[in-house]
Design a protein around this ligand. Sequence first.
Ligand code: GUN
Ligand code: FE
Length: 456
Amino acid sequence: MSDRNSTAARASDRAFLGTALHAPAPGRLEVLRDVIVLVGPDGAIDAIHPGASGDGMAAAARHRTAGTLRTLEPDQYLLPGMVDLHVHAPQWPQLGLALDEPLEVWLQKYTFPLEARYADLDFATAVYESLVDGLLANGTTTVMYYASIHLPATRALADICLRRSQRALIGRVSMDDPAQCPPYYRDASAASAEADTRAFIAYVQSLPGNRGLISPVITPRFIPSCTDGLLQRLGSLAQESGCHVQTHCSESDWQHRYVLERCGISDAAALESFGLLGRRTILAHGNFVGDDDVTRLVGAGAGIAHCPLSNVYFSDAVLPLRRLLDRGVHVGLGTDIAGGASPSILDNARQAVIASRLLESGVDAALERGQRRREASRIDALTAFWLATTSGGIALDLPIGLFRVGYQFDAMVVGNAAGGNLRLEAGDSPQQVLQKIVYNAGRSNISDVWVAGRRV
Ligand code: GUN
Ligand code: FE
């Protein structure tokens, strides 16, 4: 694509001239036509000027002279980077495999044996390097990761994300309950799980050169994997530290019922009782949350990672997304690697539209129309794009996903590519451009990606 010298020059881009598209609200596209976006040394957007204004032309001239101006081609668009709220890093070698069993069998038969292998730091390093590169190439600039129970491999994931400049929220997975965790893959005790979680938090907080890119996440795998004692400890740690929290909630019939039986209350209610439901909590899936749970999520400001591809295989149902959005729940998208068989958030944005349409129409043709459909469930492509960017940023409580002064410059360039699936025409309206990108853009259409103003 470019030689070493020009790549080096581009790595220091600090001004971007072209048309940017973003979605400040669900279903609302804002077009920043022919603007110059100026990025400061901390990776935040300092200013956005019309390219033809006095300030814009002066900035362009200054950055052109300094060699720090990137000018987009007419068929290229600047878009916010994708936010992936749910990735299991150690499951990367399993992507596209093992989708034939229900969740509770899949975990024991395929997933725990694979994750146990991350005791081997060399194996972990090779896999994690490949994963981070793959996600960045797909335009994913922020990821919320589950690692494994192993502290050294989890530290390695943090090092790799920092070295490659991917914004990452990373959790060492906690799971100690012998009733659901095999002897070869579980924390020795609630106390040791808490101690390792604390050690990982301390590691990230003193990671040299971190500049806010990597954050630690308190990560009880899900209630079935954890004893009450561990959940209590991690809840207290969440209150004490203010760290993000991630776990799975009401993903499948089995999970939902397991928690009801063990705790006597719903998954979301139990998480709340342990102190694990807060403004920086991300619950994966949430397909079976009830009305009271939704009230709890809204009250806490917690978010849901909607994983529409994974849900096809493991959830037994379609997330009632529209209902959640209408009630004000924060929702973003997740690939759930390897529960979903694609590493691309754009693929999941498409699937979010498709799932919502299937929920609205219903799927069982043997039922009457009125019985099989759930009214007013659909979302459009633009709302899916908002979920993938702005709304993911809101869920994480981070200034990302929009081209706004003070927001981080996490961005990608999308355009036509030889042999690609996307064909943008000069006469396309911005709405049409965005629809085409959501439905058709692939990796080959993403030519450049920046995180915190740094080209990756
Ligand atoms: N619930 C607990 N662990 C997992 C996991 O690894 N993947 C999914 N999809 N659900 C889970
Ligand atoms: Fe998951």
